[in-house]
Design a protein around this ligand. Structure first.
Ligand code: LLP
Length: 402
């Protein structure tokens, strides 16, 4: 994404502004198929990463499937044109009401607890299901996003497979898929492979004779800083297909191979363009205050995540060290601490990079500022993909909902 597009978009739509590179999203989605050469590969885009309606429609046009985690996710994916058979519903801790609501929408359930399996079986005997196991690998770029391992709330432990079979038999359920998800932004590809291998130990014909697919979740890491090396996904893809093809030979049938990337597809395509409102010097320490804050991009504060920042309007300025902060009434509200950047002046536009995944989607209205607008750039054309509410509209909405 060029600086010019970001500056022009900021001028046209105002800041703070999310700008997404639609061409990069499509490229990332498609290249997974080049890396993982399995004829029956299915990519279930994890829409929790970014549920922007235009992005969903774009990925649907390119044949993606959807990993949905709530009734809202399922409803929005259907509206974006995904057919029910392309959506996998992997919700944690759902209520009975949610189970009934989503079952009417005709999507496959991915069930990750014995008690939910029992309740689902009782309500819908004979149905197809996918079972989520915990493949007991702990990995991911921050402790809050490591999903595997015995101490987490996710999936059914592998040693409970007999209990799963009992419930499945009792209600005549048909297990057509198995699932696991290890974590997000997994730095070591060997951990992903370990998770796969662990799950495959129980994916035998004896345990589950009706399998059509195995889904190994998301977690494909992308670099967040310019110095960070990109994982060699070509090599990784070869290893994945080697492991899976050996498994399929043993199983006796070529199954569908599924992944659920969120970050990999959208993270790098996003920018949050913000404006510098206040420069302060506290006894030598420079603080650049901006017109956004953690309710609009929480990853630095929540996961101590590094997001690269560029000064769009003074890129040749003298390098100085800044805390780049937000406009929220909390000290931790910083996008970067002690970051060297070309001199920042009041009015300068900055862009926070890699803001495509888990940024807008984790946003909220804390301190009552409306979420930024979102813009999608595709084939050089810029299009407003979601508007920013005015302060009046936001307040009116609160009053109407009260
Ligand atoms: N599948 C399941 C079952 C998941 O729980 C997740 C992410 C994914 C797929 C997609 O993972 P990805 O490919 O995006 O790593 N908010 C955090 C990440 C939370 C991930 C939650 N689950 C962050 O900003 O780093």
């Amino acid at each position: 994404m060029t600086k010019e597009i970001l500056i022009e978009s900021a001028k046209k739509y105002g800041t703070p502004l999310y700008v997404y590179d639609g061409d990069l999203i499509v490229k990332r989605y498609k290249e997974l198929h080049e890396f993982i050469k399995w004829p029956k590969l299915k990519i279930y885009y994890a829409m929790k990463a970014n549920y922007n309606f235009e992005i969903l429609k774009l990925l649907n046009q390119h044949g993606a499937h959807i990993d949905a985690v709530s009734p809202g996710d399922v409803l929005l994916a259907l509206k974006a044109g995904f057919s029910p058979d392309k959506i996998l519903f992997t919700a944690n801790k759902i209520t009975d009401a949610e189970m009934l609501e989503v079952s009417k929408l005709g999507v496959l359930f991915n069930i990750g607890s014995l008690s939910r399996l029992e309740k689902y079986g009782k309500e819908f005997p004979g149905k197809d299901i996918c079972i989520r196991f915990n493949s007991n690998v702990v990995a991911g770029e921050h402790e809050n996003v490591r999903t595997g391992g015995e101490s987490t709330k996710f999936g059914i432990l592998l040693n409970k497979v007999e209990k799963v079979k009992e419930i499945v038999k009792k209600y005549d359920l048909k297990v057509i898929g198995l699932h696991e998800h290890t974590g997000s932004g997994i730095p070591e590809t060997t951990d992903v492979i370990k998770g796969m291998v662990n799950l495959l130990t129980i994916a035998t014909k004896e345990n589950f004779p009706d399998l059509e697919f195995i889904d190994f979740g998301g977690g494909f890491k992308v670099p967040y800083s310019p110095e960070e090396k990109r994982i060699n996904y070509e090599e990784f893809g070869k290893e994945i297909t080697r492991v899976f093809s050996e498994f399929c030979k043993e199983y006796g049938r070529e199954l569908k191979l599924c992944f659920e990337p969120g970050k990999y597809v959208v993270a790098e395509a996003g920018n949050l363009v913000i404006e510098t409102t206040t420069i302060k010097e506290n006894n030598g320490k420079l603080i650049a205050g901006t017109n956004s804050g953690f309710p609009q991009l929480i990853r630095p504060m929540f996961y101590q995540a590094y997001h690269h920042i560029l000064n769009l309007t003074n890129s040749e300025g003298e390098l100085k060290e800044y805390d780049v902060c937000g406009n929220i009434c909390e000290t931790g509200d910083c996008f970067a601490v002690n970051r060297e950047l070309p001199e920042i002046r009041e009015g300068d536009l900055l862009t926070i990079q890699n803001a495509g995944a888990y940024c807008y989607s984790m946003g909220g209205l804390y301190n009552l500022r409306p979420m930024p607008a979102e813009v999608l750039v595709l084939n050089g054309e810029t299009k407003l993909a979601r508007k920013r509410l005015s302060n009046e509209e936001m307040v009116q909405q609160i009053i109407e909902e009260s």
